[in-house]
Design a protein around this ligand. Sequence first.
Ligand SMILES: C[S@@+](CC[C@H](N)C(=O)[O-])C[C@H]1O[C@@H](n2cnc3c(N)ncnc32)[C@H](O)[C@@H]1O
Length: 443
Amino acid sequence: MRHTARNAAVQALLQVEENEGYSNLVLDKVLKAFQLERRDSALTSILFYGVLEKKITLDFYLQHCLKAPEKKMNAAVEMTLRCAAYQILFLDKLPDSAVVNEAVETVKELGKTSSAGFVNAVLRTLLRRKKEIILPTGNDPVSLSVRYSVPASLISFWQEAYGAEDTERILKAFLERAPLYIRSNPLKASFQKLQSSFSDSGIDLKPCGFPECAGILSDCGAPQSLPQFEQGLFHVQDISAQLICEILNPQPGETVCDCCAAPGGKTFTAAEMMQNKGKLIAFDLYRGRVGLIRDGAQRLGLDIVTARRNDALLGFPDLEPVDRMLCDVPCSGYGVIRRKPEIRYKDVSSVSELPTIQYGILQNASKVVKSGGVLVYSTCTLNPAENNLVAERFLKENDGFIPMKIELPASIQRRSKEADHMFTMMPFSGASDGFFAAAFRKK
Ligand SMILES: C[S@@+](CC[C@H](N)C(=O)[O-])C[C@H]1O[C@@H](n2cnc3c(N)ncnc32)[C@H](O)[C@@H]1O
């Protein structure tokens, strides 16, 4: 197989479809195997993420170009058609006829020579008919699904949970590119110093204002390859995750636990907020992921962090009582669709087991909080069953805890229907990921 951007994108998309892991990891693996020039790597990423983000919309167009839309297609042929349709409908990097010829070559190289004529015919029909095909304009879940490329079942679910208006705002927000948020490491450099170091290399770092160390990096390529990263002057972290640390509000000298901590973003921010004084114990279920926390803490010079493997569902056998506990539990991830576009295709019914796990972790974690201590529960999802309902059940079944009001900066709007110890951050309220937090204090 030729090492072209299209072939790489099709391979990576097929692997995601076969459930071989998160999109970013799959793409990294394929790019490594293909060894493309920089420009072709960039095109591969554009095609790969473009098709993941727009799959339902692309299929709507392609269905209008098929003679027998109900007939099941071979996965490799289908993915090649989606990539080509994405190029025809959303990109103008290559002339249309070249896109069609490339797609025909790709299916041949994938061993589907018998489908070459079919691919050619479908794409030529798309070229002819693309302006006549009109996307549905309604506000029902099926029409919205085609326009925003999110499954109708997830749209109905959000409409039920958050109302029709907020649902469309969520869908619109997920069409936007996620900014690259970072947090400067105050132990090594002030935000201004980091900003001028970037500006010397022609890279723009804009301050967010709140939190103080948060900023948006632009035009920098992979942030992990920057010298400032290597020197531990910053880590990459969405603004929503930084806000969760503000809610936890760890103080210098305290003992703090982050019980589901890998890869460690919130641990790092918390340790920085503690000015590297006190103790921060970071646990995760997976040994390999614990290594990520250790590496990051070392790079950032955060020696109060101790990272260990622990299953939070089995409790915390050797942990001394803590002043603050963060339970950033595993969740369905519907708040981070902009960064991991494949999450939108996860069936809502497939996440129904999560609240039991989340509640179990929260319940165990609550047992090691000191009297007067703080317990924060958080997720990066938009699903009341994993969010508000877990938090409500916790207070109902644990009269040793009281709700703790979450104070928000003036720039962030609270959802009116929530109690003030809970907070659902909508992705449209501040260009962040969607998340949920609930805060409790032990009596
Ligand atoms: C949402 S992620 C945490 C993200 C992290 N707090 C950060 O900011 O970088 C949830 C983590 O929980 C871990 N996890 C899942 N089940 C667990 C369990 N039973 N005990 C401890 N950690 C668990 C996962 O490996 C995953 O790293």
